[in-house]
Design a protein around this ligand. Structure first.
Ligand code: GBH
Length: 490
């Protein structure tokens, strides 16, 4: 098959730059195909020029310093300090001590060669009570971090909400159960954007509606640990997307021209069981329907009929004006991609059925993290096709591994390398098919506080010894460095 293509045609198909003979390495070649990223006869799969490689973290998972410089308590302080809520009763009191070690951590990124870094801002550092009087010392930490990143050639991408709601807002009105929280979030977002947008050009409003609302307010295994009945719960969902929309509007109103805004959602990614037109079509419908309460209403400005019908009397109460705010146009769409949901076409009213994972389906250290690399193809592709997104970021992808340092101190996390290689191959396939993915943020820069799992599940490229706070690059860090250097997966 390959032999039928001329070198030029093949290069075009692969999306590589035009290949002058100078670009072809002198090493022995036994294939007609060539790429500028050839090593030892291996053809690597190149990403588009200028693709933004990065890593990601979140405030409560890495910062520690929970009582410093006027930070107010968040619902995660309260939750993690409630016995029995987090494995081993772990808390984020110290976490990675990133608040004090951020300069060292920026050097870790620099040594990986990342171009971009996604971090989150702790709302209760900036507004200790959630609203009202701001705390300039809290924002100063992010000023220092942003300056340090830029001084090292790394572009900051800031998330405004990664689950650490100010406790004061939970105490008054029940947090996201209340419209006041949506409003307070908008005000906080505008305040931060006004002050950081001279240097931060990309803001994400909210990280993963589909996680913090469901786990925090319905299932009760994340802060604030509630199990609301359906009516109140659906209203909480509505307030979360409303808060997102108000934040988009506030950022547009207050930020410097050229500031871009989007979100970082853990879209439920439906993958066709077999890549034939009927299953592909079913997976697209399913992706739209199973994200009805979050991404779909944000993109389309309306809840799907099926969602409203199934919620019945428990459907959220909203006005047409709410829907307009929620669907305020975005500059880009961020999706966190971990695991697929397999779907098949059927003759039912909605046209799809979810196929459960068989018991033997492989997963990473976290039992929920099933290995389905095609999620990184279908996720962005569905977003582009369903909603016409023209700028997409993979705002998180990565995995937990059992990570035990070897005698030489290195963690040889071959399973994480396997996971990343497999997923990135599918991401490359998406970019080669013209899906407009502009960047990828690997979760995570370093091991950190993994919410309800405490410190038992490690997602980092760097191993953290929590006794000494020493960071050690794992094998996967070396792998990622090579990917970034070549702009290709190999
Ligand atoms: C992301 O969530 C988060 O944004 C990030 O903070 C986190 O560290 C990272 O992924 C790794 O987990 O306990 O079995 O009910 C990913 C989506 C949704 C996955 C909640 C885990 C809980 C499964 N998460 N889910 S379970």
């Amino acid at each position: 098959m390959l032999k039928k293509f001329s070198r030029r045609t093949f290069a075009k198909l692969m999306g590589t730059a035009a290949l002058g003979s100078a670009a072809i390495p002198a090493r022995g070649s036994n294939s007609q195909a060539n790429s500028t990223q050839r090593d030892a006869g291996l053809n690597h799969r190149s990403f588009p020029k200028g693709f933004l490689w990065g890593t990601a973290t979140a405030s409560y998972q890495v910062e520690g310093a929970v009582n410093e410089d006027g930070r107010g308590p968040s619902i995660w302080d309260t939750f993690s300090h409630t016995p029995g809520k987090v494995v081993n009763n772990a808390t984020g009191d110290v976490a990675d001590d990133h608040y004090h070690r951020y300069k060292e951590d920026v050097q870790l990124m620099k040594s990986l060669g990342v171009k971009v870094y996604r971090f989150s801002i702790a709302w209760s550092r900036v507004f200790p009570q959630g609203s009202g009087t701001p705390n300039p010392k809290g924002l100063d930490f992010y000023n220092r971090l942003v300056d340090e990143l830029l001084a090292n050639g790394i572009q900051p991408f800031a998330t405004l909400y990664h689950w650490d709601l100010p406790q004061a807002l939970q105490d008054h009105g029940g947090g996201w159960e209340s419209r006041d929280t949506s409003k307070a979030f908008g005000d906080y977002a505008g305040y931060v954007a006004e002050r950081l947008s001279d240097r931060v050009k990309h803001f994400f409003t909210i990280n993963e509606f589909g996680a913090f609302v469901e786990l925090g307010y319905r299932i009760g295994i994340h802060a604030p640990g509630l199990k609301l009945p359906p009516g109140r719960f659906n209203q909480t969902r509505h307030h979360a997307v409303l808060g997102h929309g108000l934040a988009v509007q506030a950022i547009r109103a207050k930020a410097k021209p050229g500031t871009k805004v989007g979100l970082a959602e853990n879209l439920t990614i439906c993958v066709p069981v077999i890549e034939t037109p009927p299953h592909v079509e079913a997976s697209a419908r399913a992706t739209r329907e199973l994200n009805a309460q979050y991404m779909t209403v944000i993109q389309e400005g309306k809840y799907t009929d099926a969602y409203l019908a199934s919620a019945g009397a428990n459907a959220p109460k909203f006005t047409p004006e709410d829907l307009k705010i929620i669907s305020s146009p975005l500059d880009f769409v961020g999706i966190n991609v971990y695991t697929p949901l397999y779907v098949r076409a059927d003759g039912s009213r909605l046209g799809f059925t979810v196929v459960q994972h068989p018991a033997s389906f492989p997963h990473m250290a976290s039992p929920w993290l099933f290995v389905g690399p095609e999620a990184l193809y279908w996720g962005p592709r569905h977003v582009a096709k369903l909603w016409g997104a023209r700028e997409i970021y993979i705002t998180e992808n990565g995995c937990s591994s059992s990570d035990i340092p070897a005698a030489d101190g290195t963690v040889y996390d071959t399973d994480r390398v396997m996971y990343l290689r497999s997923y990135l191959t599918q991401l490359q396939r998406a970019t080669a098919d013209g899906v407009p993915v502009r960047g990828y943020f690997l979760w995570s820069l370093m091991d950190n506080f993994e919410w309800g799992d405490g410190y038992t599940n490690r997602f980092g490229l760097h191993y953290v010894d929590y006794q000494t706070q020493k960071r050690t690059p794992k094998l996967s860090a070396s792998f990622y460095r090579e990917v970034i250097a070549r702009n290709a997966v190999m």
